[in-house]
Design a protein around this ligand. Structure first.
Ligand code: NAD
Length: 439
């Protein structure tokens, strides 16, 4: 089957590459010419484990994967057109759908026969119907009557694990209105069917809601455990043990119960805000999610306060940041807690040294105004520092050599914002230890 993916970012590129790997002919489109030119030259724009190999295999060898900036070619080429463009929140907190509707208009302009338009972008409930209206509006202008279906197929991949999640997802959700569209979607996902991946077939609105309900629920777990962590700090309890004790209850589950610097990334912050916007348009106030956002904002600020408490006056003090990406195994820094912490440190005239295995190029590119001293390795980042702050739990940071670090830092302070280390071990190594929700 010929498939086009419109929007070749984290979701689009992974989806396109993996569908090609599963045997489909895939044409990935992006309006960003540099990105497409680079992909054609073999330069992969994002870091995601295994992705480069899959792209190389399917672009160079099998030739099932192609890249273009020409949306007309892509629309004509394919039976199914996946939309994977950004849906950021605007200043008022509403999901900004301009990219989705632009693509819908373009599809309307070039559609030349029956197609399934598959929405993979995270969009407010009701967007699928609006996409259909927009395509029909353009078709009317063209004086054409062409059959098509719009399907909602939300994406649940986790950055850093995206390839594995695409090939072996927890579930596949298909919101559709016709058997024809459902059959095409089932064909696309026929390999996953062999592995008994649950497929939920429902209407478009329910599929759109499943995505928001999932992300807001996970964000709620994070803010919930961060609240517990804040209370633990006030009553000599250890949140790591509390999480373990809670998580063993299968009704609760242990995932997303790790206290830390607050959630970031390209999804939770924008999807929780957009959910409030969706509530507004429906005349409903989602109070739980509103509080989740407030708790998260406070949590990020609390991390800065922790550093200040340990270091004192920040002017001219050197702070080492380990980890800039919002989570390990990705170079994505969108809404990363590290960025807000770094900004506050710089505002308070601290000297910031940072090391991240993959995200430093993005930090340089998107925050050129931040006067960060980027370092080539952990040791270099820790020389003469007044405080090491571990923000992202990369594997490289899980076995720091504190015996050695003790001799290269100026002041032995260690802030473990992911609660990776045993506090006693760090203290015995001669460092002051501060975690989140435990002493
Ligand atoms: P991204 O910013 O990484 O990529 C989007 C791409 O779309 C960009 O390359 C951009 O140039 C391109 N684009 C924008 N308008 C275009 C147009 N008119 N024609 C062609 N290309 C266009 O975004 P992403 O992280 O891949 O997210 C895409 C969608 O998927 C969002 O709605 C997001 O919420 C959702 N989502 C993301 C993730 C994730 O982990 N990143 C997970 C699940 C769902």
């Amino acid at each position: 089957m010929n498939i086009s993916i419109i929007g070749t970012g984290y979701v689009g590129l992974v989806t396109g590459a993996c569908l090609a790997e599963l045997g489909m002919n895939v044409l990935c489109v992006d309006k960003d010419e540099d990105k497409i030119n680079n992909l054609v030259k073999g330069i992969i724009p994002i870091y995601e484990p295994q992705l480069e190999d899959i792209i190389t295999r399917n672009y160079n060898d099998s030739r099932r994967l192609k890249f273009t900036t020409n949306i007309e070619e892509a629309v004509e080429y394919s039976k199914a057109i996946f939309i994977a463009v950004p849906t950021p929140t605007d200043e008022t907190g509403i999901a900004d759908l301009q990219f989705v509707f632009k693509v819908a208009s373009e599809i309307g302009m070039y559609i030349n026969g029956y197609k399934v338009i598959v929405d993979k972008s995270t969009v407010p409930i009701g967007t699928g119907q609006k996409v259909k209206e927009e395509i029909n509006r353009i078709l009317q202008k063209r004086n054409k009557c062409i059959d098509f279906d719009v399907v909602s197929n939300p994406e649940f991949l986790r950055e850093g694990n995206a390839v594995k999640d695409f090939v072996n997802p927890s579930r596949i959700v298909i919101g559709a209105e016709s058997e024809k569209a459902i059959d095409i979607m089932k064909k696309i996902y026929s390999i996953q069917d062999i592995f008994n991946i649950p497929i939920i077939i429902t209407n478009i609105e329910t599929a759109e809601m499943i995505k928001y309900a999932s992300n807001t629920f996970l964000a709620t777990k994070v803010s919930f455990i961060n609240e517990i962590a804040n209370m633990c700090e006030l009553c000599n309890a250890d949140v790591s043990v509390v999480s373990e004790g809670m998580g063993l209850d299968s009704r609760i589950g242990s995932k997303f119960l790790n206290a830390g610097p607050g959630f970031g990334g390209s999804c939770f912050p924008k999807d929780t805000k957009a959910f409030i916007g969706i509530g507004k348009t429906l005349g409903y106030i989602p109070n739980i999610v509103r509080t989740v956002i407030d708790v998260n904002d406070v949590q990020k600020k609390n991390m800065f306060k922790k550093i200040k408490k340990v270091v004192g006056k920040l002017e001219n003090k050197t702070i080492t940041i380990l980890g800039i990406s919002f989570k390990p195994e990705t170079d994505d820094i969108r809404e990363s807690p590290a960025i807000s912490i770094i900004k506050e440190l710089l505002d308070n005239k601290a000297v910031v040294k940072a090391f991240d295995p993959k995200a430093m190029d993005n930090a340089k590119k998107y925050y050129p105004e931040l006067n960060i001293e980027y370092c080539d390795d952990i040791d270099f980042a820790c020389i003469d520092t007044d405080c090491i702050v571990l923000i992202t739990e990369w594997e490289q940071f899980k076995n720091l050599n504190f015996e050695k670090l003790k001799y290269i830092v100026r002041t032995p302070n260690f802030l473990d914002l992911r609660n990776i280390y045993d506090p006693e071990y760090i203290k015995n190594s001669g460092f002051l230890y501060e975690g989140v929700g435990r002493k």
